[in-house]
Design a protein around this ligand. Structure first.
Ligand code: DAH
Length: 330
């Protein structure tokens, strides 16, 4: 008898787990729990049971009835939760396009730096690096800036000791490269420079420059202007123009300011981007190049200026604040 009871239990279990919709559940209810159902029929076993078996069997059948009813209610609740016409299949639609994962991105200044490296690499310029802590010799002396020149004023430089300072310009790298290489030379150097300027929308005490140096025989202003025009077209579009305005730098002769005519916020106008010129013979002498044989041009441009003009960024400080709402735009 007890065996038949556990058989019935297993049978009911299997039948209930096969139920997948309301109709099947109702069929189950009628078959097992209905007034002519299998549980009712099982109650009749009690009549034929022996005296000793009767109490056990009775109790067992009651427990079984509760079990089947409980499982039935559970199933009913589970089916009731399902939407009447819900599609069969996994709850996640694997054919939907995924959500893009949140990733970091390259800082806008780094993007511009990478682009500059590529533009000048296409013209045959190698990349060189120099230290940010410089000595007097590379920041001033070899660049033809004499001891009492106003550029050396302690108020205009971050001195570390009497002869060392945070470099104020990447022109220092020109000297370092020429000291260790024989001409011809064709390099750019990109990096940080430091000046004790008061911070405002266009000034920062740390910013970036790109320095260019080209040394060979018979280099002329035309080579300089052509190189800068290529750069302007690559960075600001084919309609950009280049203008050299006479100026003065101790390490170039003649010297010029570089202006680029470009579209900034809908207006097409001249924008000052940096300085340039033909390498001064005194600089060649300082590094041991024969000025009678070698000629060259050099330029130094503000990278922030390039980035700001190109993207219409109005405040240099935004480049250093690391506000992702700003940085995400690039
Ligand atoms: N070093 C200059 C500055 O920081 C920029 C510059 C001007 C660099 C003329 C050059 C150059 O190489 O030829 O303002």
């Amino acid at each position: 008898m007890l065996e038949r009871m556990s058989q019935l239990e297993a049978e009911a279990d299997a039948a209930l787990s096969a139920v997948e919709d309301a109709a099947a559940l109702e069929a189950f209810r009628i078959e097992y729990l209905g007034s002519k159902g299998k549980l009712k029929a099982a109650m009749a076993w009690l009549k034929d049971a022996s005296k000793e078996d009767k109490p056990k069997l009775g109790a067992g059948l009651n427990v079984l009835k509760q079990k089947i009813e409980g499982a039935f209610e559970e199933k009913k609740a589970a089916l009731g939760d399902a939407k009447p016409h819900a599609a069969k299949g996994p709850a996640i639609d694997v054919t939907e396009p995924g959500l893009p994962p949140r990733t970091g991105r390259v800082h806008v200044l780094t993007q511009v730096i990478n682009e500059l490296v590529e533009v000048f690499a296409r013209m045959g310029f190698d990349v060189e690096r120099g230290p940010e802590i410089e000595d007097d010799h590379h920041n001033f002396v070899a660049l033809n800036i004499p001891p009492h020149h106003p550029a050396r004023d302690p108020n205009d430089n971050f001195y570390i000791d009497d002869t060392h300072l945070l470099r104020t310009q990447t022109s220092t790298v020109q000297i370092r490269v020429m000291e260790k290489t024989e001409p011809p030379v064709r390099i750019v150097s990109l990096g940080r420079v430091y000046r004790p300027d008061t911070h405002d929308a266009t000034h920062s005490s740390m910013f970036h420059q790109i320095e260019g140096l080209y040394v060979d025989k018979d280099v002329s202003m035309v080579d300089l202007k052509t190189t800068l025009l290529q750069f302007a077209h690559a960075m600001f579009g084919p309609e950009a123009e280049v203008r050299l305005r006479p100026s003065y730098f101790p390490f170039t002769e003649p010297s010029a300011e570089l202006d680029i005519k470009m579209q900034v916020r809908g207006v097409y106008d001249w924008v000052e981007i940096g300085g340039c010129g033909m390498v001064d013979p005194a600089v060649f002498e300082a590094v041991g190049y024969d000025p009678e044989v070698w000629t060259g041009f050099a330029f130094g441009l503000g990278i922030e200026r390039v980035a700001m003009r190109r993207y219409g960024i109005e405040d240099i400080r935004w480049l250093y604040e690391n506000d992702v709402r700003f940085l995400r735009q690039f």
